[in-house]
Design a protein around this ligand. Structure first.
Ligand code: SF4
Ligand code: FES
Length: 382
């Protein structure tokens, strides 16, 4: 494998530092090609300080990043944003990944793709398309995405995707304004011939954090939703794969965010900053390197930021002595930092965290109130 000796050297270097454990190669990469987007969803996971178009990696720089990722062992790349189709060089990226045998997934809002481009991407080697759906009611879809006619364009796109023979996933972000649509969005996924749907309760990073009061669903609505998902999973087994991201604010234990910090995936921002998760720039006490400063491999194996929360030595109590510490790795570092000010703390989604009760109380309190207006993310529409 390209760079194998550098990887070994960097692993040796990392092991020579205290409290650092060896990492395997990353398997997946999220490439945020741009933060520009025609939609302005109020739960967007992009940072509040969006990366400007002028700072975006050039075509040549992204191609080098994909070469380095393939050399490092990455097996699949999610081409995301913002809206990745605003990059005119998207086809070149897909072709380069296909040339390396890397699986490519296009994550799109789907409002500015044409039929010709769908077929060109397929012919260039695109493996999969994931389409976000804000609501299955046109008016609500327009309110959430702040974009007229979005749902009709998305329906049209699904027809082209099926015609092109590409596998399709529907991504349905959920909050108080659409949580009662869960059965309808599952039916939408069936109607458009999707193989998979991701029903993802909002996670409160980035723009979702400042819109928390407008987005938080009630506990009762979440319980109804869970029942609908459980029933649909049993009924549609073998027909539609339903992934379900449960809401942290009503959880008893946290999710193993990213499957563990810097365990098998990385994220590259539009300006080339390399992060262990999409929200890591919210950890304002940390510095993350860019692909303009050093090779991806060096960042993955030897950077302080990628090594900081590997293994379990960094954990405080109650995680340090907890039998679940290798199950959830203490939960989400970004959520812990946002809600406690300490990135080493247990994720407050955990019932053993001293902040758990206040997290649940916040959710109950916000969901009981009249929701405020959305604060839409603002950036040029490309
Ligand atoms: Fe997970 Fe820490 Fe809670 Fe244990 S105490 S369940 S490791 S978050
Ligand atoms: Fe950053 Fe969970 S989103 S660790």
């Amino acid at each position: 494998m390209v760079g194998q000796s550098l990887a070994e050297e960097l692993t040796r270097e990392a092991l020579s530092q205290p409290r650092i454990v060896p990492a395997g190669p990353p398997l997946g990469m999220l490439a945020e090609l741009t933060h520009r987007c025609p939609l302005q969803c109020p739960y967007c996971s992009n940072p509040i300080k969006l990366h400007k178009a002028a700072d975006e990696l050039t075509t040549e720089e992204w191609l080098r990043v994909f070469d380095e990722a393939a050399g490092l062992g990455v097996l699949q790349v999610h081409l995301s944003g913002g809206e990745p189709t605003l990059r005119p060089d998207l086809e070149a990226f897909v072709a380069r990944l296909a040339g390396h045998g890397v699986y490519s997934n296009l994550i799109t809002a789907g409002v500015n793709l044409t039929r010709d481009r769908v077929f060109a991407l397929r012919d260039g080697g695109l493996d999969h398309l994931q389409l976000s759906v804000q609501s299955v009611r046109e008016e609500m879809a327009e309110t959430i995405g702040h974009y007229k006619g979005a749902l009709a364009k998305k329906r049209l796109l699904t027809e082209w995707v099926r015609e092109a023979g590409l596998p399709l996933t529907i991504n349905a972000p959920v909050h108080r304004h659409n949580i009662e649509e869960t059965a309808d969005v599952i039916q939408f996924a069936l109607d458009v011939g999707a193989e998979r749907i991701e029903i993802a309760n909002t996670q409160y990073y980035g723009w979702a954090a400042i819109n928390k009061a407008a987005l938080m669903p009630s506990y009762e609505a979440v319980i109804r939703q869970a029942g609908i998902v459980t029933e649909a999973r049993a009924r549609l087994k073998g027909i539609l794969n339903i992934d379900y991201v449960t809401p942290d604010y009503y959880a008893r234990y946290p999710k193993p965010c990213m499957g563990g910090w810097a365990k098998d995936a990385l994220n590259v921002t539009p300006s080339g900053r390399v992060l262990p998760c999409h929200a890591a720039e919210s950890l304002t006490d940390m510095r993350f390197e860019t692909v303009r400063e050093m090779p991806l491999e060096q960042i993955w194996y030897a950077s302080e930021s990628f090594n900081r929360f590997r293994s379990t030595d960094w954990m405080r109590e109650p995680c340090q002595s907890c039998e679940r510490k290798l199950v959830d790795y203490g939960g989400c570092r970004c959520q812990a930092f946002a809600l406690t000010g300490d990135s080493r703390a247990a994720d407050p989604a955990c019932i053993l965290s001293p902040h758990h009760t206040s997290m649940k109380d916040t959710a109950d309190d916000l969901s009981a109130k009249q929701p405020p207006e959305f604060q839409y993310r603002r950036i040029g529409r490309g």
